[in-house]
Design a protein around this ligand. Sequence first.
Ligand SMILES: [Mg+2]
Length: 274
Amino acid sequence: MDFSPYDAVLLDLDGTIYHENHPLPGAIELIRRLEREGTCYACLTNSGMSPRQLEAKLAGLGVRVDASHIYSCPAATADYVMETFAPRRALLHGSVQASDAERPRIFNLATDGLHELLEGKVHWVESPEEECDAVCCASPAHSFASKERQWIALQLLRRGAKLIGLCADRLYPSPRGVEFGAGSMTALLAYAANVTPIFCGKPEAVFFHELCRRLKVAPDRCILIGDNLESDIAGAKGVGMAAILALCGVTRREDVAEAKVQPDRVIGDLRELL
Ligand SMILES: [Mg+2]
């Protein structure tokens, strides 16, 4: 496939580039080809890990991708937080260089990946009495989501903090089956505090818009390749991207006809694009 009509190629990770602990057919070759041809590309995931953490994980699977080509929902959340809360506070005080008191005030109920991305850029809220712009929430399995911290998050939300879910996934797969996803934990807090959350992961338009801003490309000049009809195909088409469905992950060929949003092309795996 000729990618030259597009300004950027977006590759879903889990189920498209790798599965469990092995790369999928054609994945390494496709990434190498995009690098050789100098094509702008990014690997996308709703994982709670930072791009640096994912770079190390992928290297362990034999897939060499620099963190600068990886975009995860903590990265989208960090971009959204800085865009939403930092400029307003800087404007408020007439300075671009925000002092600690002017930084976004964030409570991390999410992941160490989010902590890494926002460390030094935000003021970390730690107690229920503090002023707080937003609570960031992921799966309850992460170390930042202790019972005590869940309680603090609830108090902060009741006092007006915004609720940001890293992604809306109900579940995620684990060796023992499935676990509560970021969406489930966010729904619990939203219900308890009677607030409406916003989500930053796929398939939200926020995710794709923050990514395009970072890549300096327009959404309708991008093509996405992914294995999930909802989070990849519907998300990409929703912001005007072209989308290829790869049947090497969660979607079966018979699922495609029933999908409300249809991909532009369906492939068995990435070897068909080489
Ligand atoms: Mg996937």
